[in-house]
Design a protein around this ligand. Structure first.
Ligand code: ARG
Length: 458
């Protein structure tokens, strides 16, 4: 049986192994809806330009509608023999509508066809991901709002640094995820160009109207060089880079959730539906979702490197290497979409243990900087203030007490400038409230930042 689209040129069929090796249909068929959309736009243009007639176009529309319903209902029979999604659909179209189906590929190649399909797929994935990043930010904003005043020790080097509010901490992730959305939107501009018309590599001899097809498919512009149009996948690489950054942010957050849920820390609990137990240790409740998200970051980073490596040695124009762009790209989309969905949901299942956070903030001299700032405001140069407080902390460490546990007289041993008003400064609430400027952790700044972030989301 001669089923290949190019069989007349060949004197023997490929082996089964080669057939399996070169076929992509069982993964690229996920682009079927975009393949049909692209073909219909191409056929509409061919008809408008009198390259095919109105009857052919009507037949192609009818056939594609039937194919679409066959695919949607799972009745479409995908054949390995027909290599990829493009040839499978074209072959079925010809079965259904005859010669009109055979005319569809006029002025087109699978090279510009597949590049178009991928761009449509990436564009739609970007829109989904931007929406999910919005959902996640909204969930984090709600959590931030509930805890605009909840004290949490802020860490540097994993050592207690200064008190912050939990709301402020959540807003840090809102910032990251909002940049991630911006990055995706920016990438979308470069994705949203039409390769069709480039044909195999050099363009076509038919009087095509590329702008018309671009308009039909919602592309902002056409790709301006046919060789570039069929061969570069930089837009997919850029997308994977933006996706890797999303996962990197998710992974940092995951790491914190895992630490916070450890009984040794006990800052939060995560709802049971996001955790699993142990098959041997009856007491265990493990934060599997954040751990797995942290782990899946590795796979998404890997896909980025895979695509960069795929591209780096390719001469112009199209090479079959590019068929390898799909699985990493698809898996990136699946992983990011699932992860964001789960995280938006999980954010609503986080219980904050404010008492434990507060108790931790009271250990580790979190308000030492406040004491130094206090002395500076009384006229001491900052370096001298730093030294005086360092000595005070050292004394506290020896005595096993906090700065605020010392009497005024004791504190005055470190500086005569210390007065009765120091004790407000040494409180956690005083410390956070004093950081009252844009981007600071003061509760009223946190509330203002939440309002700004919300209006950006609308
Ligand atoms: N399945 C191919 C791909 O994914 C479609 C383009 C094939 N073109 C070709 N000349 N072999 O890249």
């Amino acid at each position: 049986k001669k089923s290949e689209a190019w069989s007349a040129r060949f004197s023997e069929p490929v082996s089964d192994l080669v057939k399996r090796y070169t076929a992509s249909v069982f993964f690229d068929n996920r682009m079927a809806a975009f393949d049909i959309q692209g073909s219909l736009a191409h056929a509409e243009m061919l008809a408008a330009q009198n390259i095919i007639n109105a009857q052919d176009y009507a037949d192609i529309q009818r056939g594609m509608a039937q194919i679409k319903s066959e695919i949607d209902s799972g009745k479409f029979e995908w054949l390995l023999d027909l290599e990829d999604v493009h040839l499978n659909i074209e072959k079925r179209l010809t079965e259904l509508v005859g010669d009109a189906g055979k005319r569809l590929h006029t002025g087109r190649s699978r090279n510009d066809q597949v590049a178009t399909d991928i761009r449509l797929y990436v564009r739609s994935s970007i829109d989904t991901i931007v929406g999910l990043l919005g959902d996640l930010r909204l969930a984090l904003l709600n959590l931030a709002e509930q805890h605009a005043e909840t004290i949490l020790p802020g860490f540097t080097h994993m050592q207690v640094a200064q008190p912050i509010t939990f709301g402020h901490h959540m807003l840090a992730y809102v910032e990251m995820f909002s940049r991630d959305a911006e990055r995706m939107q920016d990438c979308r501009k470069r994705v949203n160009r039409l390769p069709l018309g480039a044909a195999a590599l050099a363009g076509t001899t038919f009087p095509i109207d590329r702008e018309r097809v671009a308009k039909t498919l919602g592309f902002e512009d056409v790709c301006h060089n046919s060789l570039d149009a069929v061969s570069d996948r930089d837009f997919a690489i850029e997308f994977c880079a933006a996706a890797a950054l999303i996962m990197t942010h998710v992974s940092r957050m995951s790491e914190e959730l895992v630490i916070w849920m450890s009984p040794r820390v006990g800052f939060i609990d995560i709802a049971d539906r996001f955790c699993t137990g142990s098959s041997i240790m009856p007491q265990k409740k493990n934060p599997d979702v954040p751990e797995l998200a942290r782990g899946k970051t590795g796979r998404v980073n890997g896909h980025l490197i895979a695509l960069l490596t795929l591209m780096k040695g390719q001469p112009l124009a199209y090479n079959k290497d590019n068929q390898e762009d799909k699985e990493p790209l698809f898996d990136t989309v699946d992983t990011v979409v699932d992860t964001l969905r789960i995280f938006a949901d999980m954010a609503t299942g986080i219980t904050v243990k404010a008492d434990a956070m507060r108790a931790a903030a009271l250990q580790g001299y979190a308000t030492a900087t406040d004491l130094a700032d206090y002395l500076v405001k009384k006229g001491l140069p900052f370096r001298d203030a730093h030294e005086a407080v360092a000595l005070a902390v050292r004394t506290c460490v020896d005595k096993g007490c906090d700065l605020s546990d010392m009497s005024l007289a004791e504190l005055q041993q470190f500086s005569k400038l210390i007065g009765e008003d120091v004790f407000v400064v040494l409180t956690l609430e005083g410390s956070v409230a004093a950081r009252d400027h844009i981007g600071g952790t003061a509760p009223n700044q946190v509330k203002a930042a939440i309002a700004r972030a919300r209006s950006k989301l609308d």
